[in-house]
Design a protein around this ligand. Structure first.
Ligand SMILES: *Cc1c(COP(=O)(O)O)cnc(C)c1O
Length: 471
């Protein structure tokens, strides 16, 4: 070509690029509109590079290849599956509970078909969506009645707003929790129109503190599970039984926000016993609130169970409509709750419990099996070792409980800038088709294998790892 022609004018036209086999492939896979968009994007990049001093103009095929790569990267869904090897089973940032197959099937049906959502099939007339799960919730918790909303934060908000709007809610100073930054008990109370009355001190609250705070303006007493911390040492809190006796004598309802809220005795599966929803009700709480996607192992939801009269008041609150749950999750919740009817097989069927109860020897064997593949993928700059580590439940369930686990530890060797090398490796693992998320501790990248169930998929996915190219 004539050396006098300016470089930008030598950039192939969109029509010319579209004729290349790569662009044709792009048009078939992603549609012509999208292919043209990607080609314009790729030529704009070339123009910028020339502006920045590039001396050569790529040909039509090279630009088409770039456009195709851009389309492939762009087509990866934002809601991507990841391998959660953080060691936190219910990781809020990774979507908490993984659903049971039965729940996935039920959700799929609810998405694909019309559903008897608010329709009484026997009577052939209008029904209520809560009835899909009310009976199961009552059976599993011993409650008189139950209602369901978007999440547990919404459950607490609805209960406070219904029972204590314009009134006072009494809470121990030891229980004024903040969860994940956005859910702070005092702020939720303010939004619910409730005046917070703090009693006791951070470490010690006595029965007489509650008793002294009760007056005619009291709307309710709130007991909150200290989900993400423990106060240790010189401490005193009032038992649920004692608070409920006091609440009953004063004709004030007691709301127990259990947070995670388990429906089974976890000791049965080799874990530490956590007060169940049924136990919280049995010790006298009028209402108990808990999450769907924490220990329960279902989709995001908030449950309120307890007194029939109070649940009826909650259901009459117009706010309930704004907090309601959709049919897809409702179907998944029903299927999840049904699994609890057969506790013998629950740990097999419910992924959350299966991962929590997974035998250590099983995880150690997986670490031994996977170490060679991980070491090969990481390359010679990293040492890979099978290590003992500790998993946690996460999402405010059993906050101080750690479960012995096993994993693979990756450490940079033979390089200067070991910290940087490790970060590069962690980034390369996150850039895989199915990102692998571990945790970094003391210059070591730990891949806790407790939550890894599909080892073959993990190994297949690892093959694309090329940390040395990212440096
Ligand atoms: C997690 C938690 C909440 C919030 O529940 P979400 O389902 O995340 O809305 C409220 N209270 C307690 C005690 C919790 O542990």
């Amino acid at each position: 070509m004539d050396a006098g022609t300016s470089l930008p004018s030598r950039i192939p036209s969109v029509d010319e690029i579209l004729k290349t086999p790569q662009a044709q492939e792009a048009a078939v896979r992603f549609g012509r509109t999208r292919a043209v968009h990607a080609i314009r994007h790729a030529t704009a990049v070339v123009r910028r590079e020339i502006g920045a001093g590039a001396a050569v103009v790529p040909d039509a095929e090279a630009i088409a290849v770039d456009a195709l790569l851009w389309l492939e990267t762009d087509a990866r869904p934002n809601a991507r599956a990841v391998f959660n090897l953080t060691g936190t089973i219910l990781h809020t940032n990774l979507g908490r509970a993984i659903l049971a197959e039965a729940a996935i099937d039920a959700a799929t049906v609810a998405m694909r078909e019309a559903l008897a959502l608010e329709f009484d099939i026997t009577q052939g007339k209008r029904g209520e969506r809560d009835t899909l799960v009310r009976g199961l919730l009552c059976e599993l918790t011993g409650a008189e009645d139950a209602t369901i909303v978007n999440n547990n934060a919404a459950a607490v908000l609805l209960a406070l707003n219904t029972l204590a709007k314009g009134k006072e809610a009494i809470v121990s100073r030891g229980e004024l929790i903040e969860i994940g930054g956005a859910f702070r008990m005092p702020e939720i109370m303010a939004r619910a129109g409730t005046r917070l009355v703090e009693v006791g001190t951070t470490n010690r609250t006595h029965e007489k503190d509650y008793a002294a705070a009760i007056n005619p303006k009291t709307g309710l007493i709130l007991k909150v599970h200290t989900s993400n911390y423990r106060i240790e040492g010189f401490t005193k809190s009032v038992s649920g039984k004692a608070i409920s006796a006091l609440a009953r004598a004063s004709h004030v309802p007691l709301l127990n926000d259990l947070g995670s809220g388990t429906l089974v005795d976890l000791a049965r599966y080799g874990l530490t016993h956590e007060q169940t929803v049924a136990e919280a009700l049995a010790e006298g709480a009028d209402l108990v609130t808990f999450s769907g996607d924490k220990l329960l192992g279902g989709p995001q939801a908030g449950f309120i169970v307890g007194s029939r009269e109070l649940i009826a008041r909650l259901n009459r609150n117009p706010m309930k409509r704004a907090l309601r749950i959709d049919k897809i999750r409702l179907a998944a919740i029903e299927a999840t709750l049904r699994l609890y009817l057969d506790p013998d097989r629950l740990a097999e069927r419910l992924p959350t419990l299966r991962m929590m109860a997974r035998p250590l020897a099983d995880i150690e064997a997986a670490a031994d099996r996977l170490k060679p593949a991980v070491a090969a993928a990481a390359g010679p700059d990293f040492a890979a070792d099978v290590i003992a580590c500790a998993s946690q439940i996460g999402s405010g369930a059993l906050p101080t409980e750690v479960i012995p686990s096993a994993g693979i530890a990756l450490r940079a060797v033979n390089t200067r800038g070991k910290g940087r090398a490790l970060m590069t490796l962690a980034a390369a693992l996150r850039a895989l088709d199915q990102p692998v998320i571990g945790r970094v501790e003391n210059d070591t990248l730990i891949l806790d294998l407790r939550c890894l169930e599909d080892e073959a998929a993990f190994v297949r996915n690892l093959v694309a790892l090329r940390p040395e190219e990212q440096r």
